[in-house]
Design a protein around this ligand. Sequence first.
Ligand code: SF4
Length: 482
Amino acid sequence: MRRWLFADQLGPHFLDGAHQPVLLIESKAVFRRRALHRQKAHLILSAIRHRAAELGDQAVHLKAETFRDGLRQYGEVVEVCHPTSRRARDFVRAQEKVTVLPPRGFVTSHEDFAAWADGRRGAARLDDFYRHARQAHGVLMDGDEPAGGRWQVRFNDAPHQTELPPPPAPVEDDIDAEVRDDLDRWAAEGIEFIGRDGPRQFPASRAEALDRQQHFLVHRLPHFGRTGEMLAGDPWLAHSGLSTSFNMGLLEPLPAVRQAEEEFRAGHAPLSSVERFTRQVIGWRDYLWHLYWYLDAGYPAGVRTPGRSSIPSWFATLDAESVQARCLSSALAAVRDRGWAHHAVRQAVLGNYAVQRGWRPTDMVDWFERAFVDGHEWVMIGNVAGMARHAELGSVTTEAHAVSGTHISRTSDFCGGCRYDPRQRAGTGACPFTGGYWAYLHRTRERLHGNVRMTRALKQLGQIPDLPEIVAQEHDRGDRAP
Ligand code: SF4
């Protein structure tokens, strides 16, 4: 039967055999419904069209106003792998001529995750799931024991700075030129985008994704997790830059971690880096995916709040120039210029600022999803809800993320050239992240009371003499660009 592929199901592992007939539909309504980053829109269309070109006569490629129109135009029965959002799942289930198959592109199945989580009676923790996945799939295992004797391998040395070659930039072709013309035309028709257009930065085909993966394995994996956390002049550090390729289905996670393991076994990459990469791919990524479905509509950030967005327009529209706080301006500029920033910037700067200001988690999920080329609802809900609820996702745990400017100062080179002082909580020159942190703790102290991770911070809060001044100052700052 012909297999309908969504734009995040484009790799060969979404087909049964190399010759299965394929249906690809471009829905213009996807771009009309919400303002996406221009480079995200480009990547989606470019990837669909590159796949159609690769498949040639094997694929029916339709351009339609909506998916419903596309299916009607095709007219025959098709099958589709389980889509990656609840909205799309509900849509495909409601179609008479569509058979829905189990999901692909992840390591652990829904059934396996549910059996594992059900057995934990509400304590479905990431660390535990990660061990389960390593054991179940035999990744980085020496018999029954984890390679090196520990599930999470600590680095023996301090983070170090190494100049690493950036990931190879894709070379744009005629398909990209056509996509750019179409998007220019759509923009002239009134379809809105955020961010700047620019040369495509991320793979749109399987071949490009494999090239980037290979480059990562050779050049960056040996340093993965070991370089400094945030540098204004280096957007990539040792990050893999593979998230778009995994999330568009161009790369398959299990073969990727097996290749990383081979690099370790061959002595080309240290266990600490390979274990951390493995944890990100078959631990954290799969865990977020499964929580999204396991908790379904009960997932706290999953229900969009109606009404006006709580996010101020300078932030929502990536207006980096209106921001003087160097870390925030730099983070917004990175997203504006490439639709991507690595996870430390997302958490410690962008997400942190939103948490401190109390912006609605649902609005942040929506923003991250639209502004980031690798943003999908299933990824962003877990990340944003974890940040916003300060590690209190009921029974499941995610990383806490409200931090002060002194943390940003310790983990980046942003503060040196900033007009604010990260140590200053109040007064002219007070860092908005430091003042904002204490004001946030003050505002949420009752909810945070009893959270063991916050005990020390709450004790410090009680000893700050100028707390009323800080709270008043941050109240006055409000949502103005800092
Ligand atoms: Fe950001 Fe504060 Fe550092 Fe400025 S001083 S870069 S606002 S953390």
